[in-house]
Write a protein that binds this ligand. Structure first.
Ligand SMILES: Nc1ncnc2c1ncn2[C@@H]1O[C@H](COP(=O)(O)OP(=O)(O)OP(=O)(O)O)[C@@H](O)[C@H]1O
Length: 280
């Protein structure tokens, strides 16, 4: 499919299977419904409720250990809920509906199907060291989604343009700076045409002088595409720029949520005020 070279994310190709039906599914794109995550006796997420709407940019802020990364890891099925239900596109993600009408923990296959809607960029870029930039970006679309190679390469080039690395098509990861590698990782996540992009402290592992370039790329994506974003960041000015909603976490719960203006200018909760005064 031909895509607009300036904004390759604007037109999302229809996907196979459940993902296609989720395109039209009513309601929240992501829903955490009374989600509990425990490690032994340690309650990391405590009856957590929140929703993300299609096209919304939601940022999770809060002190270290408050559970932000765990939320993204649950969505990537790197962890399982201890209790409660996560829904994506209206479908239970962590559970399936049994013949008896009751929800039971979902199997790997169900989770993999729904996970196709989700792309994630981690702190560490984790590019394949033996592949060049183009191969890194096209590997999963071709081998996981079965996209035609020529089509995947055309899209990869458009995405490289979007992240400002058009001239690095044949470079290998070791020939790139950390910031450039992270921009390739962003392109790689977008190449899967996710409905939701998860960003987990994507600049934390970068040298300070490389942070701005990566954040500018993400600002551009946030402002010029309609992709849904769920972002964990310690970069407060970035959170302010891209978010529709900011969720302030403490001890596995949302203590306050609101627009960036509300949260950063007039935080209502004492815990938010304390956190912001420490980090701003
Ligand atoms: N595999 C694990 N086993 C035991 N405890 C864990 C595990 N993973 C995370 N935790 C604990 O869960 C809590 C929440 O961790 P999480 O990484 O979600 O916090 P966070 O808010 O993202 O913190 P940070 O801002 O430092 O990344 C922490 O107390 C952490 O030690």
């Amino acid at each position: 499919m031909a895509t607009d070279p300036v904004n390759p994310l604007e037109k999302q190709a229809p996907q196979d299977g459940p993902a296609a039906s989720a395109e039209t599914a009513p309601g929240h794109l992501v829903e955490f419904d009374q989600v509990v995550k425990r490690y032994g006796d340690h309650v990391v997420l405590d009856n957590l409720d929140f929703t993300v709407e299609r096209g919304q940019h939601v940022t999770l802020i809060g002190p270290s250990g408050s559970g932000k990364t765990t939320i993204l890891r649950l969505l990537m099925t790197l962890e399982r809920v201890s209790d409660g239900v996560i829904r994506v596109g209206g479908e239970p993600f962590s559970h399936v509906l049994g013949a008896d009408g009751k929800l039971k923990p979902a199997g790997e296959k169900h989770q993999r199907q729904i996970r196709k809607k989700i792309g994630m960029v981690f702190q560490q870029f984790n590019l394949f060291p033996n592949m060049n930039v183009l191969q890194n970006i096209t590997e999963a679309p071709v081998n996981v989604l079965g996209v035609d190679r020529a089509e995947a390469e055309e899209r990869a080039r458009e995405l490289l343009e979007l992240v400002g690395l058009r001239e690095k098509v044949t470079a290998h990861p070791t020939q790139l700076s950390g910031g450039q590698q992270q921009r390739v990782a962003i392109a790689r996540a977008l190449a899967m045409r996710p409905e939701i992009l998860l960003l987990d402290e994507v600049t934390s592992a970068l040298d300070p002088e490389l942070v701005a370039g990566v954040l500018d790329v993400l600002r551009n994506i946030a402002h010029t595409t309609d992709i849904t974003m769920l972002c964990v960041t310690h970069e407060m000015s970035f959170a302010r720029d891209i978010s529709d909603t900011v969720l302030m976490f403490d001890a596995g719960r949302v203590v306050e949520s609101g627009s960036p203006e509300q949260i950063f200018t007039e935080p209502a909760h004492e815990r938010t005020r304390g956190f912001l005064s420490a980090v701003l």
